[in-house]
Design a protein around this ligand. Structure first.
Ligand code: 7RM
Length: 632
């Protein structure tokens, strides 16, 4: 049974049943849609204990051939990327499939001309401009492994990621514009590269036109390089399980992990979920507001939409520039049909009032979506009524960097929706709820730890350079399952509601940070003895960051001390990881074995001072009273 799109609830039910009964037949049928240089020998081989998961083994392909070349005959003149600049006065750009193909080929030749080849890692640090998509696809074209680093991350974060992946190539721009702010992107890269002697070549895209330092022998301008190369570059033939990209993501330990996705399975799954979740139709304009620096941008700005032959809108700016109506203005301007954004954006625009929404018609919208964190009911209803005008289905899509694509979501207008529920597993996805002891909970109307018991095509394959870490993090807590780190509830009919992380990960505006990662940054200040970071509910961001800090000496100027900490976190990670609240304390609540009792710190941050639980086992129970009294 091969659907181009599931069109009814019965289609979904049938597809789901088949995907569980005969997963290999199910995914093989989906994979038939693509151009393969060679068909696979095995659809799936797997062992979650290793872990080892291989999809379409023996198959040979190139994902860009499927994103670009495959569409040229029928969609050559269709707009592939519709770019909306930061400045609304500047003209939008429409890049056709034919033109995108040509630009990717040329860029691929530049990469090769500069020594990059299959398997090499290329770090991409760029604003949301078409060249970013071109750079990503150019890497995939030659089989180089891209590692996109979000352009809001600090020089230190870039350096960490370049070193971890041992990337010898960097692609960046001179500068970038975000709202009214200008950022000297190349200067940040230069700073990062002071500790990255392994970088042989930096390719710089001229974007803002500002002055930059070019290091002779290392840095080249893309526009100069482009003059020296051919317009064609056949796609490199890749094995299904060759790595396609690395994307760093935070976990409960201090150091972000390089999540690795591979070519074949990722291709099949991002295309399948894009078409079905959003109920994409040929003429639709699709807009995902994420940054390509996050997995959402990889899968639903670049790969998913282009694989489906869609028009993908890419926006350089921010939701509040020049005013808080920008999203709605852009929807009207380009006739956006499918709009996919994050709860934090919805909540912050909701807080601006309806004056920014009213002047816009939003009549082109058919489907609206949400991703990145739980969407609270209030925001869900506001989105439904004021943006979807009560006629657009909402898809609340739950997934992770590690899952590559959407795992739980309703299908727009096809399967039912319920506020604050991501709802239904995608075909091929077998979620379970576990007790803390690892027992599967079979009933409905229950809560548990969310795990997945069977592989789907875009599951994480490894963490770069450290397979054991991948095993430890995702496959060792509960034998035989992929563990998500999220808690969830299943309702009476079987819909899933994601409650949030059960590990030491904080989700700030849909961005993941490990508490340990932020603590490490705070501890960089030499006068900081120790710190403990927890999340707390935040009206706009979903979760805010609350830091408890022990200083060497009593803090005489807390404002000065706080700004020093904020500066350090900005330097080590980036401004998005700055704590919202900092409390100076003389000690932390620790057990006799020295373990910080985060539960107590969380309760204080949440202002739940009367439900701290048992504190008698603490090394020094008195410290709790001090912490309660000093709450900020
Ligand atoms: C796509 C993405 C993953 C974490 C995940 C959850 C949370 C994401 C939803 C959600 C509730 C959702 N990748 N999360 N989507 N929680 N409802 N629809 O965000 O790797 O950056 O984050 O985000 O906790 O584990 S991510």
């Amino acid at each position: 049974m091969s659907y181009s799109r599931l069109r009814s609830n019965a289609d979904y039910t049938n597809a789901y049943a088949q995907s569980v009964a005969e997963p290999e037949a199910f995914w093989a049928a989906q994979a038939e849609r693509f151009t393969w240089r060679r068909k696979w020998d095995h659809v799936l081989q797997w062992d979650f204990n290793a872990p080892q998961v291989e999809w379409f083994k023996g198959g040979r392909l190139n994902i860009t051939e499927n994103c670009l070349d495959r569409h040229l005959a029928s969609r050559g003149d269709k707009t592939a990327i519709l770019w909306e600049p930061n400045d609304p006065g500047e003209e939008a750009q429409r890049i056709s499939y034919r033109e995108l193909h040509a630009r990717v080929c040329r860029f691929a030749n530049v990469l090769e001309h500069n020594g990059a080849k299959k398997g090499d890692r290329v770090c991409i640090y760029m604003p949301m401009i078409p060249d970013l998509a071109v750079a990503v696809l150019a890497c995939a074209r030659i089989g180089a492994i891209h590692s996109v680093v979000f352009a809001g991350f600090s020089a230190q974060s870039i350096a960490d990621r370049i070193q971890d992946a041992d990337a010898a190539f960097v692609i960046t721009t001179d500068g970038m514009a975000r709202g009214a702010k200008k950022v000297a992107v190349k200067a940040i890269v230069d700073e990062a590269l002071r500790t990255c002697p392994g970088v042989k070549r930096v390719m710089v895209v001229r974007h803002t036109g500002e002055e930059v330092d070019m290091q002779a022998g290392r840095d080249v301008w893309l526009h100069d390089e482009l003059k020296q190369v051919d317009a064609d570059r056949p796609a490199e033939e890749m094995a299904s399980e060759d790595p396609l990209f690395i994307l760093y993501t935070s976990g409960s330990t201090g150091k972000p992990k390089g999540v690795v996705h591979t070519c074949g399975g990722y291709m099949v799954y991002t295309d399948y979920t894009f078409r079905n979740v959003f109920q994409y139709e040929e003429q639709d304009v699709f807009w995902c507001t994420a940054d390509v620096g996050w997995v959402t941008g990889h899968s639903y700005i670049i790969y998913g939409p282009l694989l489906a032959g869609a028009t993908s809108l890419m926006f350089e700016g921010i939701p509040t520039y020049p005013d808080a109506g920008r999203f709605w203005q852009v929807i009207d301007k380009h006739g956006v049909n499918i709009f996919y954004t994050a709860p934090t954006a919805i909540r912050s625009l909701m807080a601006q009032g309806l004056d920014f929404v009213r002047p816009c018609s939003l009549s082109s919208l058919k489907v609206i979506g949400s991703v990145g964190e739980p969407i609270n009911e209030e925001a869900w209803h506001w989105y439904k009524e004021h943006i979807g005008k009560d006629r657009c289905p909402i898809v609340d899509t739950w997934w992770q960097t590690e899952t590559g694509g959407i795992l739980i979501s309703s299908l727009a207008g096809i399967t039912d929706e319920k506020p604050s529920y991501a709802a239904w597993p995608m075909p091929g996805v077998q979620p379970v709820l576990l007790t803390p002891e690892g027992k599967e909970i079979m009933e409905n109307e229950v809560e548990g730890l969310l795990a997945i018991k069977f592989p789907w095509p875009s599951i994480i394959r490894t963490t770069w350079g450290d397979h054991e870490r991948c095993r430890q993090t995702y496959f060792s807590s509960y034998k035989g399952y992929y563990f998500t780190g999220d808690g969830a509830r299943r309702d009476a009919e079987g819909r899933y509601r994601i409650i949030g992380r059960v590990d030491d990960v904080i989700n700030v505006s849909g961005h993941r940070f490990g508490t340990a990662e932020i603590e490490n940054a705070i501890n960089e200040s030499e006068w900081v003895v120790e710190s403990a970071v927890v999340g707390y509910p935040h009206d706009i961001k979903g979760q805010g960051i609350y830091a408890y800090v022990i200083a060497e000496k009593p803090v005489t100027d807390p404002d000065q001390a706080r700004s020093e900490i904020l500066a350090t976190v900005t330097k080590m990670i980036g401004p998005i990881a700055k704590p919202d609240k900092i409390q100076f304390v003389s000690g932390l609540p620790k057990t006799r074995s020295g373990k910080i009792m985060r539960r107590i710190l969380r309760k204080v941050a949440e202002n739940e001072l009367n439900s701290l639980g048992d504190t008698t086992t603490l090394l020094d129970p008195a410290v709790v009273d001090e912490i309660k009294a000093g709450r900020v």
